[in-house]
Design a protein around this ligand. Structure first.
Ligand SMILES: [Zn+2]
Length: 169
C-alpha cells in the first residue's frame, strides 16, 4: 500500500521532486525540479461485489494486512484500462472461486484523506464453489441480520452493507 510512501524522484528523468502549489485551491503537487513533470498522486479505484447466494451474502476474512482477520466484500484494485465491472468479476473469482453476474451499482464510497475510491456492485452467483482463495483465511455466507458489524475490515465495507440492507427493505 503506497498511501504513506514518500516519492522523492521524478519517474520520467530521475530529478528531485519538490512540493509546489500550482492552483490556489488544490493540494500541493509533486513537481520535478529538472523537467517540470507533475507527479499526481491519484486515487486508487477498488471494485467490490455484494454477492447474493440463496438469500445470503459472501464475506471473506482477510489473510493480509491491513485489517488481517477482519471481514470484507470480495474485491480489489482495478487495473489501468480495465472496466470496473470486469475488475469486480475478476476479483470475486480470484478471491472466492465464484463466477458472478453484476446486476447493479450499489454505490461509490470515498473518504477524506483516503486513497481508495470503492465502487460496490450487487451481483449474483452464476457458478462455482465458495472457497477462501487469494488473500482470504475463510469464506462465509451471512444473512442480513447476522452481518458481523464489529468485525468488518473497512468503513466502506460497513457503509456498503448498511446501504444494501436499507435498500432491500
Ligand atoms: Zn523530471
Amino acid at each position: 500500500m503506497y498511501q504513506d510512501v514518500i516519492f522523492r524522484f521524478c519517474p520520467v528523468c530521475g530529478g528531485d521532486l519538490g512540493h509546489l502549489t500550482l492552483k490556489e485551491k488544490e493540494p500541493q503537487r509533486l513537481v520535478c525540479s529538472r523537467c517540470d513533470f507533475v507527479f499526481y498522486l491519484d486515487p486508487k479505484v477498488v471494485a467490490c461485489s455484494i454477492v447474493e447466494m440463496d438469500g445470503r451474502i459472501v464475506l471473506l476474512k482477510r489473510d493480509i494486512e491491513p485489517q488481517r482477520g477482519k471481514w470484507v466484500l470480495p474485491g480489489g484494485y482495478v487495473d489501468r484500462g480495465e472496466e470496473v465491472t470486469a475488475a469486480a468479476i475478476r476479483e470475486t473469482e480470484e478471491e472466492c472461486g465464484l463466477l458472478t453476474h453484476i446486476n447493479k451499482l450499489l454505490g461509490v464510497y470515498s473518504y477524506p484523506g483516503q486513497m481508495a475510491v470503492v465502487v460496490v456492485y450487487i451481483a449474483e452467483c452464476l457458478s462455482g464453489n465458495l472457497v477462501a482463495a487469494d488473500e482470504s483465511q475463510e469464506a462465509g455466507l451471512y444473512c442480513k441480520k447476522d452481518v458481523p458489524w464489529e468485525q468488518l475490515a473497512f468503513r466502506s465495507t460497513a457503509d456498503a452493507l448498511r446501504d444494501y440492507i436499507k435498500q432491500g427493505k
